[in-house]
Design a protein around this ligand. Structure first.
Ligand SMILES: Cc1cc2nc3c(=O)[nH]c(=O)nc-3n(C[C@H](O)[C@H](O)[C@H](O)COP(=O)(O)OP(=O)(O)OC[C@H]3O[C@@H](n4cnc5c(N)ncnc54)[C@H](O)[C@@H]3O)c2cc1C
Ligand SMILES: *[C@@H]1O[C@H](CO)[C@@H](O)[C@H](O)[C@H]1NC(C)=O
Ligand SMILES: *[C@@H]1O[C@H](CO)[C@@H](O)[C@H](O)[C@H]1NC(C)=O
Ligand SMILES: *[C@@H]1O[C@H](CO)[C@@H](O)[C@H](O)[C@H]1NC(C)=O
Ligand SMILES: *[C@@H]1O[C@H](CO)[C@@H](O)[C@H](O)[C@H]1NC(C)=O
Ligand SMILES: *[C@@H]1O[C@H](CO)[C@@H](O)[C@H](O)[C@H]1NC(C)=O
Ligand SMILES: *[C@@H]1O[C@H](CO)[C@@H](O)[C@H](O)[C@H]1NC(C)=O
Ligand SMILES: *[C@@H]1O[C@H](CO)[C@@H](O)[C@H](O)[C@H]1NC(C)=O
Length: 530
């Protein structure tokens, strides 16, 4: 780098730092003036500035990854807790006119904090209060606002009719806004596909502040927000879901096998059959590091967590025919309505009052985390599985979820939605690394281990591109600096991993609906420069 270039970079950096520290108060003051002048009916209880005594409480309420909850994590200039759509419209208008970026938050589960962290000046539009749900039993549909959690959605639907459900994630506190716009999957995936495969309409506030539905936004934009991530395109207010019919009783089980007891062979066989099983059967593999004996020796134990849409009498012959290695016993199976089984998947006692799923999660801390994802297209050899267990034991804190594809997932074309990972995938791996210590050095060490593990997996997973699941956002696979509007090449690194060929269509839609690239963030869809 030339000295001149170094100097000019330094100057730019200094200018940015200086201007943030001295003028952020006036920027936000201008924003506040604009906001209050633009509202038809004034409101005093929507905006939290950094001065407000409740600022941190509101900010932290929806932060699920403690890595982004530290004193040094960059904070928004303000949080707008929208109570009606006009608050969203006015926020967009005033953020634009004051050159402030926005981050959009629904449930706040983003793995990299994309909905509430940035190193450019920004405000958060927080949709937590926009969370109502309206079920239409005749149509078997529901309109849900983006701030509604999956727990509230499941609960509200089941209260109306226990045989209706919606395919989405296991965690009750995930928000509809991020979860659906990133795909959304759960244990009904092999039967019904992803959440986005069952979404039939939506309402979005576009960059001009217009509220559009499917008809007025057009099929291109409606395609893009179902799996392309919402925050590149606008603020999604609500979604219309086509509900699905589940059997009155589902059967669940969790069979644990130790590696010392042949688990590796069972896992190997699982790879061959799990994506081909009957659509009504979903069996997740979850390898964990457990302690054996008193001396603190570590070993791997694998859980085979299953769900069958039907009775135990129908399940047992299916399993003993296609997966006898599992050795599933009748006594290990429990039948109940689908809604009750959501507790089983969330590791909560069966019989927990259903209202519990409306609460913010009480998941066992730790929740400093670094997660990553991979797609597997050919079975991992047995010796490799053994070496994966060894590495898990070395790391101690990392466990995995292997989620089988096939069934409905492979019937849907990979261009049908921006989510491209359809036929040809055996399973999705999620690498889950969580810990409780909070020193920067320890955080660094764990994040490094996640990266090492990912590197180790390279020969066994998809390549060119190495595919990744958008809802498991991973900053390591590329990021734009949000002050830069012309980084299509950088975006293509993560874009091709999340979206494969669909990335180019997403860029086209983006360029059409947001040509100035107002809705941008660290991993947003870029505009095509002309
Ligand atoms: C404990 C846990 C369990 C999970 N389980 C599953 C699972 O089973 N299946 C699965 O598919 N995923 C799962 N996820 C991942 C989850 O689906 C994603 O993190 C999802 O993006 C979360 O949505 P959110 O609204 O809670 O997050 P947020 O952090 O609020 O948003 C995530 C992204 O979407 C954008 N966004 C949010 N709301 C809107 C909106 N209204 N309009 C436009 N853009 C918006 C944000 O700006 C951000 O870019 C899990 C995550 C966690 C932490
Ligand atoms: C903080 O913000 C809330 C929401 O806008 C408002 O109701 C409250 O009066 C503010 N409190 C203080 C001390 O500024
Ligand atoms: C926050 O408080 C400081 C110090 O009292 C004040 O100068 C500033 O104007 C306030 N900012 C806002 C947005 O209220
Ligand atoms: C509940 O939904 C199922 C599935 O559509 C339907 O067969 C049943 O009649 C509904 N029950 C009630 C009480 O509406
Ligand atoms: C598996 O290991 C755990 C932990 O050591 C132990 O409690 C359990 O009995 C073992 N199970 C089998 C089937 O060996
Ligand atoms: C399912 O939940 C309902 C509502 O809380 C409860 O009445 C019923 O006993 C539960 N069934 C089982 C098997 O847990
Ligand atoms: C983590 O990895 C980085 C880059 O390889 C290295 O500089 C750093 O020292 C590592 N940190 C720890 C705690 O291992
Ligand atoms: C913006 O992106 C372009 C294209 O990738 C790159 O050449 C340029 O250096 C970037 N600018 C900044 C400030 O990051």
């Amino acid at each position: 780098m030339t000295t001149l270039r170094k100097l000019s970079l330094l100057l730019i950096t200094l200018t940015i730092v200086f201007s943030i520290s001295t003028t952020s108060q006036s920027i936000i003051q201008n924003f506040l003036n604009c906001f209050s002048q633009s509202l038809i009916s004034p409101t005093s209880d929507v905006i939290y500035t950094q001065n407000n005594t409740s600022f941190l409480t509101i900010l932290n309420k929806k932060i699920h990854n403690k890595r982004f909850k530290t004193a040094t994590t960059p904070k928004p200039l303000a949080i707008i807790t929208a109570k009606e759509s006009s608050h969203v419209q006015v926020t967009l208008k005033c953020a634009k006119s004051n050159n402030i970026q926005i981050r959009i938050r629904s449930g706040g589960h983003d793995y990299e904090g994309s909905s509430y962290v940035s190193d450019v000046p920004f405000v958060i539009i927080d949709l937590l209060h926009l969370n109502s749900i309206y079920v239409n039993l005749q149509e078997e549909t529901a309109w849900v606002e983006s701030g509604a959690t999956t727990g509230k959605i499941y609960y509200t639907i089941a209260k109306k009719n226990n045989s209706l459900a919606f395919p989405a994630g296991v965690c009750f506190s995930v928000g509809a806004g991020g979860h659906f716009s990133g795909g959304g999957y759960g244990n009904l995936m092999r039967k019904f596909g992803l959440s986005i495969d069952n979404i039939i309409d939506a309402k979005i506030v576009d960059v001009n502040g217009n509220i559009l539905d499917r008809k007025s936004m057009g099929e291109d934009l409606f395609w893009a927000i179902r799996g392309g991530g919402g925050a590149s395109f606008g603020v999604i207010l609500s979604w219309k879901l086509k509900l699905v019919q589940v059997t009155p009783q589902v059967t669940v089980f969790n069979v644990k096998r130790n590696v010392s007891d042949g688990a590796t062979d069972v896992v190997y066989k699982w790879q061959l059959i799990a994506p081909k099983l009957h659509k009504d059967l979903f069996i997740r593999v979850q390898p964990n590091v457990v302690q054996i004996g008193q001396e603190g020796k570590k070993a791997v134990q694998v859980s085979f967590i299953g769900q069958f849409l039907g009775t135990v009498e129908k399940l047992l012959p299916l399993v003993s025919e296609s997966f006898p290695e599992l050795g599933l016993k009748k006594s290990e199976c429990i039948s109940m309505p689908w809604i009750n089984s959501t507790f089983f998947w969330y590791d909560m006692p069966i019989g927990t009052p259903l209202e519990t799923m409306l609460n913010e999660p009480n998941y066992p801390q730790p929740n400093y985390f670094k997660f990553k994802s991979d797609y597997v297209k050919k079975p991992i050899p047995k010796e490799a599985i053994e070496s994966i267990w060894k590495l898990m034991i070395e790391g101690e804190t990392l466990h995995m979820q292997w989620n089988p594809y096939g069934g409905r997932m492979e019937e849907i074309l990979s261009s049908e939605t921006p989510f491209p990972h359809r036929a040809g995938n055996l399973f999705l791996i999620q690498y889950i690394n969580t810990w409780i210590e909070q020193s920067p050095e320890v955080i660094d060490r764990h994040v490094n281990f996640s990266r090492l593990f990912y590197k180790f997996m390279t020969p066994y997973v998809s390549n060119s591109p190495r595919e990744a699941f958008l809802n498991y956002r991973d900053g390591d696979i590329g990021a734009n600096h949000p002050s830069n509007v012309t980084t299509i090449e950088i975006s293509r690194t993560y874009g091709s991993k999340y979206f494969k060929e669909n990335f180019e269509r997403l860029v086209n839609v983006k360029t059409k609906v947001d040509p100035e690239n107002f809705f941008r963030y660290e991993q947003s869809i870029p505009i095509r420069s002309h």
